[in-house]
Design a protein around this ligand. Structure first.
Ligand SMILES: [Cu+2]
Length: 142
């Protein structure tokens, strides 16, 4: 009789212990899923903050200017998209602000000969532009 009771108690104890294990495992799993959710939503929020889309003026007058402006911008680390319009003179850029600043994009434009409101190309750089691209000399967009 005593043996039976003892056996019953032990059995019950083991079952409870197993239940608790299952239970705590479930809780742990839920907790992990919850934490993973928070982490990934934070990562997404961080991602959104880093990507900036903006437009600014870049001087230039022809298709060749367009190619050079867009290529120079796209070559920069952190720039995802660059699209310049010779009629509006607007350069649309999408960039990662953690990798590059808007100022640095202005500087890069000036470095290949194209003026922006924040960075002016040196006369030497400007003079190296092909004749068709000399936007300071009163040429019309062509
Ligand atoms: Cu040009």
């Amino acid at each position: 009789m005593e043996m039976l009771v003892q056996h019953f108690i032990i059995q019950n104890y083991l079952t409870i212990k197993k239940d608790m294990k299952t239970q705590s495992f479930k809780i742990l799993t839920l907790l992990l899923i919850f934490l993973a959710g928070i982490t990934s939503s934070q990562a997404l929020a961080g991602e959104k903050k880093k990507i900036i889309e903006t437009s600014f003026e870049v001087q230039g007058i022809c298709g060749m200017c367009e190619t050079k402006i867009e290529t120079a911008a796209m070559e920069l680390n952190g720039v995802k998209l660059a699209d310049w319009d010779k009629h509006t003179k607007q350069l649309k850029v999408v960039y990662n602000s953690k990798k590059i600043s808007e100022e640095e994009i202005h500087q890069a434009m000036a470095a290949v000969g194209y003026d922006t409101p924040k960075a002016k190309a040196t006369d030497t750089t400007y003079n190296e532009l092909p004749g068709c691209c000399k936007y300071r000399d009163g040429q019309k967009t062509h």
